[in-house]
Design a protein around this ligand. Sequence first.
Ligand code: G16
Length: 508
Amino acid sequence: KISGGSCQKPDNVRVSYGTAGFRGNASGMEYVFFRMGMLAALRSKLKEAAIGVMVTASHNPEHDNGVKLIDPQGEMLAQSWESLATALANVTNDQLIEQLKQIIDSQKIPLSNTSFKEVVALVEGIESHKKQVMAVLDGASAFGATCHDHGLLTTPQLHYILACYNGGDIKVDEEHYYQNYASAFKALLNVVSLCKLNPVTSPVTVDCANGVGAAKLTKLAERIGANIIDIVVYNDGQSGKLNENCGADYVKVQQRAPAGLNMEPFHRYASFDGDADRLIYYTLDSDCNFILLDGDKIAALFATYIRDNLKKASINLRLGIIQTAYANGNSTNFLINQQNIEIACTPTGVKYLHEKALTFDIGVYFEANGHGTVSFSLFYLNAAAFDPNKSAEERFAAKKLKLFLDIINQTVGDAMCDLLAVEAILQDKNWSVKEWYRIYTELPNRQAKVQVADRRIIETGDAERKVILPSMLQPAIDELVRKYPSGRSFVRPSGTEDVVRVYAEANT
Ligand code: G16
């Protein structure tokens, strides 16, 4: 018996750690949350550091709750532990103790180490899912771990707080996050507006998917000040349901505005997902056509801004963009052929993109769905900003780039930080959304979800761009695609929903 419901695993149920943690119908999944509490406590003992546990439905409907573990530096759980998590979640109730012993032995977890007090930081994305949170607490406490329940936070806020905590700032809290990013944004805007006679601010309307991001974005905007950024929060959770007909996933996949939003041409609109780790922008053109500025366009904006400033500062660093199969063909063409920026492609899941990004000096990674960030070291930029051998113009560009990167949450894609970063670049370039979306025109594209009896029979290769099994599927896709100029299509099983995703693009 646990306080958060029953920790008994039902028979004949199999779950998998998936693209980003366990997801599924929350009721009846308490045993998964309980076991993940235990696993977090064990990982904390091994790493001698706090481990994060996020309880969130993320981009999925509220009843599909989930749990993801976060490693000490705020990065995703190490991939080698995902299989341990899956194994632990799937053993029968009778095998649970034995499985825990196996993990302890195979990972050489020092249970007797008393020098470190293991800590599990816990956060929930949805108020109504207290039961699942309690199950995690019970699991972690079973191994004597101390738990800090931070209450409602966005996923990236937990990543940030965890990284600061393990970095030695044990008093870090939510307010620290706002102060850090509000002052970083203001510092860059100060420098940027100094160069302008009439800095212009225009409002940006943000659909927060009725999720936790609404209250958090309001707080961040207050810390920055309405005279510096004008944010209008839409879908704040007062009436609508989480991710229902709104949010980044809905807008991206449906290619339409959240329900009930009356759009005006060339106004800037943005959407978060339920736990605010994804961001996309959109607007209407003068003919009221819906224009989407998704993760690909955000990546292109960030990368070209970084590249231009590196050039102005005469700093020679290797910059790369990481995409997935979902990246629009024209975004890839634009970056490689027109901008001469290096591109890499990985399977879906920010854990893969993040890993690849670290192989560049500066890695900009974004999934088309709006999940992404930038990885970098400030070492060269700090040095260049004060280098007496550089010209004033070069030092200024280095300083600006450093201030820009201060706005970025490196630990994970963060909708709030990414929003500030987009707004800062537009201000600096004196661009409206029109100049931004015109950098390239997307190939028309569609995404669909297909329910099948067992999505696991589909296996993919080549960064999910080709189907390996069943073997007759890829030739059939190739035959269809051949009929359409610039055609491209792929299918892959989702790692967060019980569906197969289908993507297609072509020049009409
Ligand atoms: C998660 C992952 C993303 C991934 C998305 C969809 O997003 O963090 O990297 O793109 O799931 O994955 P799939 O297509 O496998 O269902 P989130 O926002 O739910 O954490």
